[in-house]
Design a protein around this ligand. Structure first.
Ligand SMILES: NC(=O)C1=CN([C@@H]2O[C@H](COP(=O)(O)OP(=O)(O)OC[C@H]3O[C@@H](n4cnc5c(N)ncnc54)[C@H](OP(=O)(O)O)[C@@H]3O)[C@@H](O)[C@H]2O)C=CC1
Ligand SMILES: Nc1nc(O)c(N)c(N[C@@H]2O[C@H](COP(=O)(O)O)[C@@H](O)[C@H]2O)n1
Length: 218
């Protein structure tokens, strides 16, 4: 029987105080060794998923470059289709398979912009992208594993809706502080510790001063 959703792995790098970026959007926390580990992980999954703020602030490529391996499909959650036409993701969409997940909120102009690129457009939800429905549709497309690479809003939605199976988190040796820096999980947060998913620590890998924690959700 087909699984109703793909296997979801949350991935990211945090400072020791749990931040994924400074208020001025400095987010490069991983070391070179850790980036190599990430690229190996990328090459083992079917798709990578990010939110539209990460797409605009980081302007990432989301490819496998630091090790040999295949590029996964790239998925951007972008309800209103605001991703820039000059973004690396759209500009490289003729080389790397790309899905833009939109909702009914998209404007005609933005839809027409997206349709000029060789991307697949999947629409779910009235306001934000409906994650459960999107995952179901991705499952039907034989996408079996997804690496969620942030940012904080997207990470929270996957945790809140219990839509993940594993988490691989690098703790990098920095202290960023500040109310306006970006936390690994944004959103409203849980009101009680008992509402948190239970995690089993599967492994800890030390990369000099960086720690890679691998958790499995119980
Ligand atoms: N250190 C690290 O490992 C990483 C750091 N980062 C950093 O994170 C920051 C960005 O995080 P953040 O601002 O929280 O934004 P996100 O990248 O999480 O994007 C959030 C946006 O995605 C869109 N979206 C559409 N549907 C959904 C849905 N169902 N659930 C959640 N989001 C949805 C929404 O915009 P709309 O309504 O318009 O569709 C939403 O505002 C950047 O500074 C980046 O550098 C990012 C990744 C990794
Ligand atoms: N694991 C991890 N460590 C960091 O320090 C990071 N900043 C990120 N960011 C994620 O990787 C994307 C950049 O990918 P490319 O190098 O452009 O391929 C970025 O957008 C985040 O999703 N991850």
């Amino acid at each position: 029987m087909e699984k109703s959703r793909p296997h979801v792995i949350l991935s990211g790098a945090i400072s020791v105080d749990g931040k994924i970026a400074t208020k001025t959007n400095d987010s490069k926390l991983s070391s070179q060794k850790d980036i190599q580990r990430l690229h190996k992980l990328r090459s083992s999954v079917d798709a990578i998923l990010i939110g539209k703020n990460t797409a605009s602030r980081d302007n990432p490529l989301l490819t496998v470059r630091h090790v040999k391996g295949k590029n996964p499909i790239r998925i951007v959650l972008d309800s209103k289709g605001t991703i820039s036409k000059t973004s690396k993701i759209l500009q490289s969409s003729n080389k790397v398979p790309t899905i833009i997940a939109i909702s009914k909120k998209i404007t005609k102009k933005n839809l027409e912009k997206l349709e000029k690129f060789p991307v697949e457009i999947i629409s779910t939800g009235n306001d934000s992208v409906n994650l459960k429905l999107l995952l179901k549709k991705l499952s039907k497309k034989k996408i079996k594993t997804i690496l969620v690479e942030g940012g904080g809003t997207v990470n929270w939605e996957f945790v809140k809706h219990n839509l993940f199976d594993e988490m691989i988190l690098t703790i990098s040796p920095y202290l960023l502080g500040g109310e306006d820096s970006i936390s690994y999980l944004r959103g409203t947060g849980f009101s009680r510790i008992s509402h948190s998913p239970n995690l089993r620590l599967k492994s800890v890998k030390r990369l000099k001063n960086h720690l890679v924690l691998h958790y499995v959700k119980l």
